[in-house]
Design a protein around this ligand. Structure first.
Ligand code: K7E
Ligand code: CUA
Length: 623
């Protein structure tokens, strides 16, 4: 496209932004939402899951700046669980008990953007879910057997791993590209030195599924551009990752204007396998314990392709043959061909170098541009099983369905309102289901009963099984489900209880083994929780009493010996600001200093039986 087209598009875009920003979007303006009562009835039937039946899908939605993971059932859209990941959760004691407190590393906030399920051969395998923390540079793994966070790793040298998480085809790597450029090694550098000293970094983490432990294999050092949500190749393109960039202007202030100057930014193609090999051979340098490789030093490992102005997400098609970049500021979707890109690399069809990165000729890699009239602000792309793509349009508040092989626009449906991501059932796999798509909207406006100046976010459930999309329902959701993945329910196989393991450190499995050990000023309580009592010291006059001296370091090692599904016991200490839980068959430790003298009731905080109220004890702290 020519420059003048972009200028016209830019003006139209500006106009529409103002119209949409100041428009009063009352229910009367909801376009085609005046459905007949029979359509409403059939919509209601689609989402009704009668008692005794269960939902067909899990939807794993990131909790945005709550730092947590939200689990929904689909199609009912019922919220089933909040799984704490990056932020303490007093209700379950996450971040209170010893192990999870250590795992959180003192952080009380996280910003979780993009969930990614572990994959085998490009298909969700139902084992783990990975999470990124844009706020404090961390990556987490949630074990889908227990729905507990299994490990968290801090990522050095990063400025907000916003553009991940995504996994390679067999979860060889969990990729986390940065959003903000920063000087490497947590150093000070003036913003005047942005171009020289600041870097964009991609962390390539590995996760050992047996040990449930992360390790940082290597990091890529890239120009200080900003990167948005990226994707890994599939099948014939599985060695590559693709990332969109913005701020190739190197703006350091007022990015709104300064990072939107150029007509073109880039999609970056990186061969992660070549770089992994280079890392293995010890190439690059080690900074903050991380091996850092500059792809420019590894021949043929990095290319850039021009793409329309400030693109947002880039997504690889299920067949692995194409990648689609969404335009954001130039309202087009651009389909690129991997095959053409490989061919252009072979022929060295390079127009210039940018920051030492060879730039492939746009026309040699581009397959087609799709430009639905009036559709504005394309952000992300999802897919179905019939070769169709679905794009969220943030500004025109809709989803556009189009065929990525022909470019033909097939259907459009409004969303309420302003979708960021959408998530299609099995949408990031090699085999999407083509049944549902959920638009994750940033604004709910007038959708629900008002709760004051700030509203929840909203999500639209849309039936995509037919040729035409059918908007089925809208539901409120806690801020902010940024992205979600929808996984077939039968792929997820959670356990019912933690297995009894007599060798587990600090566990005891019988009432009579409950005892207290004192070592200097450390008091270790080896106790049990069961319906409906605690036993801390089997031989004591009052087995549910613990007496310590002020200043003692106290450890409550509690095992829940009720090996019965759903019988979780809580453990709260009145006036000590402490609470944690033990799930069936679990052992957890609470560690604290008894710095307050007095008499403190202990009680079970999680309703567990008719005698739950009686499940209590005392902590006595002597002066
Ligand atoms: Cu998920 Cu830019 Cu945060 Cu889009 S990325 S909305
Ligand atoms: Cu145990 Cu309530």
């Amino acid at each position: 496209m020519k420059k003048w087209i972009y200028s016209i598009v830019g003006i139209l875009f500006g106009l529409l932004v103002s119209i949409l920003l100041f428009a009063d979007l009352t229910p009367g303006n909801k376009g085609n939402n005046e459905e007949s009562s029979s359509a409403n009835k059939s919509n209601a039937e689609k989402v009704y899951v009668p008692y005794g039946k269960k939902d067909d899908y899990y939807m794993f939605a990131s909790g945005g700046h709550s730092g947590q993971l939200f689990v929904y059932g689909l199609p009912s859209m019922r919220k089933i669980r909040t799984v704490p990941v990056f932020t303490p959760d007093p209700a379950t004691g996450y971040g209170f008990d010893k192990d999870t407190k250590k795992m959180l590393g003192g952080y009380t906030w996280g910003d979780f953007h993009h969930p990614a399920n572990s994959e085998t051969k490009g298909d969700y395998d139902g084992k783990f879910l990975f999470a990124n923390d844009v706020g404090n540079n961390r990556v987490a793994a949630v074990d889908l057997k227990t729905f507990h966070t299994a490990d968290i790793m801090k990522l050095p040298n990063m400025g907000g791993p916003h553009a991940g998480v995504f996994v390679t085809e067999n979860t060889e790597y969990i990729a986390l590209p940065t959003r903000f450029a920063r000087p490497i090694g947590d150093k000070y550098a003036s913003l005047d030195k942005y171009k020289e000293e600041y870097k964009g970094v991609v962390s390539m983490a590995k996760f050992d599924q047996k040990k449930k432990k992360f390790s940082l294999d290597y990091q890529m050092v890239l120009p200080p551009w900003s990167y948005d949500l990226s994707d890994a190749g599939k099948k014939s393109s599985s060695d590559w990752i693709v990332m969109t960039t913005y701020n190739t202007e190197f703006a350091t202030t007022n990015l709104e204007i300064n990072a939107s100057q150029k007509d073109r930014d880039y999609v970056v193609m990186i061969n992660w396998k070549k770089l992994a090999q280079a890392a293995k051979e010890g190439k690059g340098t080690v900074v903050n314990g991380a091996r850092m490789i500059d792809p420019r030093d590894v021949k043929g490992s990095i290319y850039a392709i021009p793409v329309a102005k400030s693109p947002h997400g880039v997504d690889v098609t299920p067949d692995g043959k194409y990648f689609v970049a969404a335009g954001k500021l130039a309202p087009i979707m651009t389909v690129f061909s991997f095959e053409k890109a490989f061919h252009a690399m072979e022929k060295n069809d390079v127009i210039k170098e940018e920051f030492g990165i060879p730039v492939l000729k746009y026309e040699s890699v581009m397959e087609r541009e799709v430009d639905p009239p009036g559709a504005l602000g394309p952000l992300h792309t999802q897919f179905d099983d019939k070769g169709n793509a679905y794009n969220t349009m943030f500004i025109s508040s809709e989803i556009v369905k189009w065929n990525y092989k022909t470019g033909k626009v097939i259907d459009r449906t409004p969303t309420y309102y302003s979708p960021g991501h959408a998530s299609a059932a099995e949408g990031d796999t090699v085999k999407p289901d083509g049944k549902w798509i959920v638009a994750l909207n940033k604004l709910a406006k007038d959708n629900f009963l008002s709760v004051g100046p700030s509203h929840p976010e909203s999500m639209d459930l849309i039936d995509i099984s037919g040729n035409k999309m059918k908007h089925v329902m809208t539901a409120p959701v806690d801020p902010e489900p940024h992205y979600a993945q929808i996984v077939k329910a039968d792929k997820i196989k959670p356990i019912n209880v933690y297995e009894k393991d007599e060798k587990r450190p600090f566990s005891i499995w019988s009432k009579k083994d409950a005892h207290i050990e004192r070592k200097g000023n450390e008091v270790h309580v080896y106790g049990i929780a069961m319906r409906s009592k605690y036993v801390f010291d089997a031989k004591a006059k009052r087995p549910d009493e613990v007496t310590v001296n002020k200043g003692d370091k106290v450890f409550f090692h509690i095992t829940n010996i009720d090996l019965d599904e759903d019988i979780t016991h809580g453990f709260g200490i009145n006036d000590y600001d402490l609470n944690f839980e033990v799930q069936p068959g679990q052992t957890n430790t609470l560690e604290f200093v008894a710095d307050k003298e007095g008499t403190f009731p202990i009680y079970c905080t999680n309703f567990c039986s008719a005698l739950h109220q009686e499940m209590s004890g005392y902590l006595l702290v002597k002066p």
